[in-house]
Design a protein around this ligand. Structure first.
Ligand code: C2E
Ligand code: CA
Ligand code: CA
Length: 261
């Protein structure tokens, strides 16, 4: 699989070699409107068929092919977002490997300029692995992008070892609470207390909170009671093709127009 991955990524035509992006909306819990869409990579192997990102991303990271793949995903996501209403943001996952390369800030700013998308509409999703070992290059890059207006979200929050300390290292705009907590947020087993604590910390620091993997109305009700800002999950929508997300966004804009009439 890794040889095919290499050939596909280095072919000069990543999109023509089985890679694509799907988009999943993030919804404001208070008014049910779409705030942004997260770009998620998909790869169809010529023989094995669709391969989960959980399988191919680690291989791409080990081989550093994620540098080309991540840049391609960023350019594609911004190109799509340039066709969306300006009120809708676009979230792109960025690997720790990309953060270790000194040119990331430049590449992101160049991609924004090419697409014409305002930096405020771009949100980079990073995991705490980016900040492990107090990585100076990564922190400098984050600050440079943040100063330019790019939003930064801490993804998969709660899954690592010392997540709270990472909140002091960088002024994140958003925390994405991992789905392992959201799964049981409506059960009486303690998940709700953890989610409440995360939301309280985030709110005190003016950060948005996004609940990942929301699948039921009961989970959504519990999150609303806990004061969570946004939700993402199958309850509202699975990740969909770029062509389908446009319909979602048009319906959302129509809904806004009807509310404001
Ligand atoms: P992630 O960034 O945490 O993305 C959220 C994952 O949860 C996605 O899996 C999404 O399809 C899935 N998901 C969304 N809603 C629900 C739900 O209600 N229930 C459940 N069970 N799952 C839900 P996906 O697309 O398979 O991606 C897996 C991981 O691969 C991502 O996790 C991210 O870490 C990585 N990934 C995907 N695209 C990229 C990319 O462009 N660059 C990098 N560096 N990593 C990526
Ligand atoms: Ca993510
Ligand atoms: Ca996540």
């Amino acid at each position: 699989m890794s040889r095919t991955l290499r050939q596909a990524v280095l072919s000069g035509d990543i999109g023509g070699n089985g890679f694509s992006l799907v988009f999943q909306p993030l919804i404001s819990i208070s008014d049910g409107r779409i705030t942004s869409c997260e770009a998620l990579l998909r790869w169809t192997h010529p023989i094995l068929g669709p391969i989960s990102p959980e399988q191919f991303i680690p291989i791409a990271e080990e081989s550093r092919l994620i540098l080309e793949l991540g840049e391609w995903a960023l350019l594609q996501a911004l190109a799509r977002a340039s066709q969306w209403p300006k009120s809708i943001g676009v979230a792109v996952n960025v690997s720790p490997v990309q953060f270790r390369s000194q040119s990331l800030a430049l590449k992101v700013l160049k991609a924004l300029a090419v697409s014409g998308v305002s930096p405020r509409r771009l949100e980079l999703e990073i995991t705490e692995a980016v900040l492990i070992g107090d990585d100076k290059t990564a922190l400098l890059t984050l600050h440079e992008l943040h100063t330019a207006g790019v939003q930064v979200a801490l993804d998969d929050f709660g899954t690592g070892y010392s997540s709270l300390s990472y909140l002091q290292r960088f002024p994140f705009d958003k925390i994405k609470i991992d789905k392992t907590f959201i799964n049981k947020v409506d059960h009486a087993d303690g998940s709700a207390h953890i989610v409440r604590a995360i939301i309280d910390i985030a709110t005190a620091q003016d950060m948005t909170t996004t609940a990942e993997g929301v699948e039921t109305e009961m989970q959504l009700d519990a999150l609303r009671r806990l004061g969570c800002t946004e939700m993402q999950g199958y309850l509202f929508s699975r990740p969909v093709l770029a062509s389908e997300i446009n319909d979602f966004l048009m319906k959302d804009v129509e809904k806004r127009r009807m509310i404001s009439c």
